[in-house]
Design a protein. Sequence first.
Length: 373
Amino acid sequence: MKNLSALGLTATVILSILKAGELPTWPKDYPVKLESVSVDSSYDTLFAAQTKGWLGSDAAHSIMLSEDRVLWLFGDTYIGEVREGKRYPQGYHINNCIAIEDRSKTIPGSITYYWGSKDDKPNAFFPPMPGMPGQYFWPTSGLVVGDRLLLFSFAMAANDTTWWLDGTVVVAIDNFEDDPGQWKAEYYDLGIGDNHFGIHSALYLEGEYVYFLGFYDFSQGRRAILGRALQQAFSVQPNSELIEYWSQGWFGPDWRSDRTKLVPLFAPGVTETDIQLIADWSIYAVTTYDPMQADIFMTFAPALTGPWTEPARIFTNPDHTSMTYAARPHPQISTMTGEVIISYVTSPTSLDIPKETMDTYRPRFLQIKLKRN
């Protein structure tokens, strides 16, 4: 399929195309039905490139800090300006930045971006820290636990030919209600995480626990896995030794401190997603995808431990060339039962960003409407 943005189609036209198209077929015994898929034009517009400043990022994880204040986390980011409808970055890119969405007047409100500075040039908001693994951080998820904001980052390392996951770093911020320029951060090395195992694809608070939806490379392929830790203890001193895993025990699946017999939940497991509880239906929803393919899927379960349904396709990215990834729901911005707002990112075909369309390498937003089956 041709690139819709390159053809100059507006969000309204794309919306009509999606509505007019035939919805993917779902299993009849599924707990929910797919009613519609459309572009969420308000958020899609909110995260368009700025004339001068933020040009685009990946990741795009949202965290509700207060009733009117939403924190957005981003990974690799381009800073620069837009000239004649093209993005011109200042330098290459920075490894992370954040944004604060102010919803005090309207929804989605306004957005303010924050990044660091080094030698009078843009720099990562969370720069590499002494004593921490990796050469740079990709913050991809987080939550507020008690009075602390906990942000989970992949600690990344690279050489001239490749890059790899070198560990997991938690950034803890106590004064997150202040302006981000005043934040005081503490860094914790969890001592776990590599190219084959991660624990912060998605995070969820329930009861006295914080739950970790992660990934593990089993012999049959990458699968989603689940861990948990007591909120109170983990928020005070983030530590991987506090995490127990949903694993196979003598009498069936149970919570165990070791991860030698992890229970796979669904496939594929991914590095970035989120968990949305549709409370009125007592159903959990999660996105999943193969980043090398154009399709985005959803899976559902009555409990975090499962059983999870076979993932069903909700959308095929018409702009896909090399990667469609970071597809995740945003429970904080859904407004009605059965609505799931999802963002995803289309990887550029090259590092020559001015040659790319304005819709690659930035979060795009979809509104998914579901009905109870």
